[in-house]
Design a protein around this ligand. Structure first.
Ligand code: ADP
Ligand code: MG
Length: 454
């Protein structure tokens, strides 16, 4: 019978040394520094960041590492351990949306975006260039945001490497990481820079969830991010004292389809917001969605139905105009549903020490509710995902869901720690019996935000 394949928690110091050694081997000199940024586990709130909803992510212990060295000829050169033999070079001032292809767009896009959007302290000096070596422990294309981990580690690397070329850059005092790591205001702007790079140069119209988590998380904590103003609230997620774990399963199913599928859903939800006369679809719901009691949640859900009616009218109007005839209302219903779930889940997570086990149990149910909505309304699941979720629930998980944009990717379960091994074995077995590719199980502890590593 199939044994579960467990990944290992990366040894951060060893990863830093590894990318450094790869840099020396490729370029024949020592790098000036190493920077790294985490992928993210989104606990709740999918397809709503770009609609002004709130999401509840957590940084992963799996990171992307970038070793870099300054050059002063305006050239950006990069190699990635995940793309062996595919060295890329570009003159930074020649980078434009559309004139590069493939993985390098995520790297070069950041340099371009820093110059477009960055403000004086982020804009790269004219003759600035760099050699980069990239190595990642975030599964690539697995719904855990290797793309943001790459952008955010690159952004910090370029910012710090350019320091000696900036007249007003004070590099001398305090810890070397201070330039890039200290300040949430600067990090919030860097997140916008990375979002613009992903949207306009890499061509993926994702919202800001991934970059915000990677740059602005607090060590060991989850975040609630309100995407109307990108404000963040860190929350302690003390699973240990409740004897609970997050089981993260990389289903090893490709999600290339996500390109078109994601963009269509985003466009439809945004069109609905416009038809309602709103900046953000989130604003169709009451301002305060916090539900401190279950009764309150019922009441809010009832009000949701009213919103649903209003939305239906808007959708009717849309369907008469330029949307395709099969325009799925469920895409929009999912968004409203997840927006209310996150508010309730955030309340529960903040109060687990007072509310105890029932709070964890309800949190688990909310995870599963969100999954059902992603499967039936948003329709971004696939058989491998459904099987992993169902098997985890059968084996005692309090809840389980698809993480990320869907069409493949990762599944997460909230599960008693003493049931993790049994659930993993059951999922591995079920996959083998169904003839699916073997999944990988990733040990999970909360990580920390992007930083300079030496
Ligand atoms: P996810 O962010 O869920 O992992 P995406 O499709 O958003 O999936 O991003 C994956 C893409 O990001 C890859 O196809 C590749 O172009 C780029 N990428 C991510 N990590 C690396 C890496 N370590 N080296 C090179 N390219 C990478
Ligand atoms: Mg991504």
């Amino acid at each position: 019978f199939a044994q579960p394949q467990w990944g290992t928690l990366p040894d951060h110091r060893a990863q830093v040394q590894k990318v450094r050694a790869a840099f020396v081997e490729k370029y024949g000199v020592e790098p000036d520094g190493v920077w790294s940024a985490p992928g993210r586990l989104n606990l709740l709130g999918e397809y709503i960041d770009f609609l002004g909803g709130s999401c509840m992510p957590m940084p992963l212990p799996y990171r992307t590492y970038v070793a870099g060295k300054l050059r002063e000829d305006g050239v950006l050169r990069a190699n990635s351990q995940q793309m062996p033999g595919d060295e890329r070079t570009v003159i930074i001032r020649d980078i434009r949306p559309g004139n590069l292809k493939g993985w390098f767009t995520y790297v070069a896009g950041v340099a371009w975006s820093m110059n477009q959007e960055g403000g004086r302290d982020i804009c790269l000096p004219k003759n600035f260039g760099a050699d980069l070596m990239i190595d990642s422990r975030v599964p690539v294309g697995g719904g855990l945001s290797s793309s943001a981990a790459l952008e955010c580690s690159t952004a910090l690397a370029l910012l710090d490497l350019s320091c000696p070329l900036r007249a007003d850059c004070d590099d001398t005092e305090e810890a070397p990481s201070d330039q890039s790591s200290g300040n949430d205001e600067l990090r919030a702007r860097l997140a916008q820079v990375c979002i613009k790079a992903e949207n306009e140069v890499a061509g993926a119209r994702t919202g800001g969830l991934d970059q915000t988590t990677s740059l602005r998380s607090k060590p060991g904590q989850a975040l609630v991010v309100d995407f109307r103003d990108f404000s963040i609230e860190p929350i302690e997620a003390d699973l240990d004292s409740a004897n609970l774990s997050f089981l993260v399963i990389n289903t090893n199913t490709p999600h290339e389809l996500a390109g078109g599928g994601f963009a269509a859903r985003r466009a439809a939800s945004e069109a609905c917001a416009r038809a309602l006369g709103l900046d953000y679809l989130r604003n169709a719901l009451p301002e305060d969605l916090t539900c401190s009691t279950l009764q309150e949640r019922e009441a809010k859900l009832w009000r949701l139905n009213l919103v649903d009616e209003k939305t239906t009218l808007a959708l009717d109007a849309l369907e008469c105009s330029d949307t395709p005839p099969d325009f799925p209302r469920g895409w929009v219903r999912h968004a409203f549903h997840d927006m209310t779930l996150v508010e309730r889940a955030a309340y529960l997570l903040k109060n687990t020490s007072d509310l105890g086990q029932p709070a964890w149990e309800e949190l688990g149910r909310l995870f599963t509710e969100s999954f059902v909505s992603m499967r039936d309304e948003l329709r971004v699941s696939r058989p491998e995902i459904d099987l992993a979720v169902a098997t985890c629930l059968e084996r005692g998980a309090l809840g389980a869901r698809l993480v990320g944009g869907g069409f493949g990717g990762a599944v997460m379960a909230l599960i008693p720690s003493d049931k993790v091994d049994d659930a993993a074995a059951a999922v591995a077995r079920a996959y083998a019996e169904s003839g699916f590719a073997a999944p990988e199980f990733l040990p999970m502890v909360a990580g920390f935000a992007a930083d300079k590593d030496f």
